[in-house]
Design a protein around this ligand. Structure first.
Ligand code: SAH
Length: 506
């Protein structure tokens, strides 16, 4: 039986501009054929089970020919696969979407189209440029600046000038001189506002402003980064009044986030809200340890009332402990034991099971938790800590010093997987990624393990607490530490680091 192809627009870059329908379809994909223009945040949503086929680089020779892409879509669908063809922006606006459907239609392969937000309108919007405005124009025109096989321009510049509308050129940077000349020769006023909008909706978004008469000169004096669009028309001058994107605290910052997958989206969303572009890397997965007997034995002791305290040091610890407990027992097993948590994340995870902590330390780290909990102990307390296989030593040391008997039970292991779609090594090495955000010492270690050979002194590490910071410093990273170990304070700390990094870039 034939499969099906979904032609899906990924939007202009910002993961938040990917449509709900697109995400739904992508999550179900078995094969994903994607382009270079698809944003990293959208690529990160590709499910692990899906086979990946890269269809093209923007420049250079390493791309599939259009016929090859068309054929791959057909063949994968004929194998019965659910194929998502993921394209930048909208698939039908200079996206060759139509061409890709022809072979499918001829072969009776079912398909669906999921439109995307096009760069033609979204990139101006992210620069504060409304593509139409009743005071200035009554139409907007989207034009390709790409010449088909070196032919002369097939653009009727004089017709364009007569429309008095906003002109938006895609794929036009190489042809910028031709475009400006064409419009000027056709009689357009050289004082008409014009702008080049580079890498819109991403951390690299940048605007070059000028007029039709000056834009070419201004661009020849700097390196214009692609992809970029050209906007010509009175509305281009409105950016001065309406620009908003770069005003957000983390605008221009690309942040790597390393957290267990199930937790990553919360922190990412907080960073995105402040304007950062987020790369989730490396993907971290938390699994129960393979030998579960020690944990099961400890749960047995818990049920027998043999513990005074149970201590949680991470949300993953809470989750994996609870999953094991709830296999054969229920929440009442915890009725007579006191619960301590290292911080708000663990507390929140407990709340999800209808539980609250009896104790939270004044500073959310292992050493403080150990010291302050030890201060509550008279000696002889029996304490159960279900946590990561390699956990912080100080916690146990402090409690043991106070005479408590501690069962430090390896509950979960952390695994790190490099992304299939983002070259994390290159992103960190080149400085394309401005900083990495760490929420535990073990994620620092995992990050370093998965990026072996990287010059870690180039990594700007924003850390949730002292132990995380020490782990990052051990690799030579430059560090910033949150004033309190909460995600809110961590995001505040990212803002401080970002301001310093931006200052340094200037
Ligand atoms: N289908 C796409 C356009 C593909 S043509 C869409 O709807 O957006 C490729 C051109 O799109 C690039 O040459 C550039 O002009 C423009 N483009 C795509 N993404 C862009 C971005 N993030 N910033 C600026 N221009 C972009």
């Amino acid at each position: 039986m034939n499969g099906k192809v979904w032609l899906v627009g990924a939007g202009p870059g910002d993961a938040g501009l990917f449509t709900l329908r697109g995400k739904e379809v992508l999550e179900d994909a078995e094969v994903v054929v994607y382009d270079a223009l698809v944003g990293a945040g959208v690529l990160a949503m590709i499910p692990e089970k899906a086979e990946l086929i890269f269809a093209g680089k923007r420049s250079g020779n390493h791309y599939l020919k259009q016929e090859d892409t068309n054929r791959i879509l057909l063949e994968e669908a004929q194998k019965g696969k659910k194929v998502v063809r993921l394209k930048g922006g909208d698939p039908f606006l200079f996206g060759r979407g139509g061409e890709e459907l022809e072979l499918l239609a001829e072969n009776d392969i079912p398909f669906e189209i999921v439109p995307g937000i096009t760069s033609a309108f979204a990139v101006p919007a992210y620069n504060g440029i409304p593509v139409t405005h009743r005071d200035f124009c009554s139409s907007v025109h989207v034009i390709t600046g790409h010449k088909r096989s070196n032919n002369a321009y097939d653009i009727d510049f004089s017709a364009l000038v007569h429309t008095k509308g906003t002109l938006i050129f895609l794929m036009g940077i190489a042809a910028l001189p031709d475009i400006c000349k064409g419009l000027l020769d056709a009689g357009m006023d050289p004082a008409t506002p014009a702008a080049v909008l580079e890498r819109g909706t991403t951390a690299d978004q940048h605007r070059i402003e000028g007029t039709l008469g000056t834009l070419e000169q201004i661009c020849s004096e700097t390196e214009v980064l692609t992809p970029a669009i050209i906007v010509v028309g009175k509305v281009a001058a409105l950016a001065e009044e309406f620009a908003w994107y770069e005003k957000r605290p983390l605008a221009g910052i690309k942040a790597a986030v390393t957290r267990p997958k199930e937790l990553v989206s919360g922190l990412s969303a907080m960073l995105r809200k402040e304007g950062a572009e987020v790369l989730e890397m490396p993907a971290i997965e938390v699994h129960p340890v393979s030998d579960k007997r020690p944990l099961q034995d400890a749960i047995g002791k818990l049920a027998d009332g043999q513990y005074d305290w149970i201590v949680f040091t991470s949300p993953s610890g809470v989750r994996i402990f609870m999953e094991e407990l709830l296999q054969d027992a229920d929440i009442r097993t915890l009725a007579n034991v006191k619960i301590a948590s290292i911080g708000k994340g663990s507390e929140k995870a407990l709340n999800g099971y209808g539980l609250k902590s009896d104790f939270l330390p004044s500073v959310f780290d292992g050493e403080t938790l150990g010291k302050e909990l030890a201060a509550l102990c008279k000696g002889g307390e029996r304490i159960f800590i279900p946590r990561a296989k390699i956990g912080n030593k100080e916690l146990v040391e402090e409690l043991s010093k106070a005479g408590a008997v501690v069962d430090d039970v390896a509950t979960y292991d952390t695994f790190y997987e490099n992304s299939r779609v983002i070259d994390e090594h290159a992103a960190m090495e080149s400085g394309d990624c401005d900083l990495a955000v760490f929420t535990s010492a073990s994620t620092v270690k995992g990050f370093a393990e998965s990026l072996k050979g990287l010059d870690f002194t180039k990594v700007n590490a924003v850390c949730i607490g002292r132990q995380t910071c020490e782990a990052a410093e051990a690799y030579g990273m430059k560090t910033w530490t949150a004033s309190k170990a909460t995600l809110t304070d961590l995001v505040e700390c990212v803002k401080v680091a970002a301001a310093e990094i931006k200052e340094g870039k200037r």
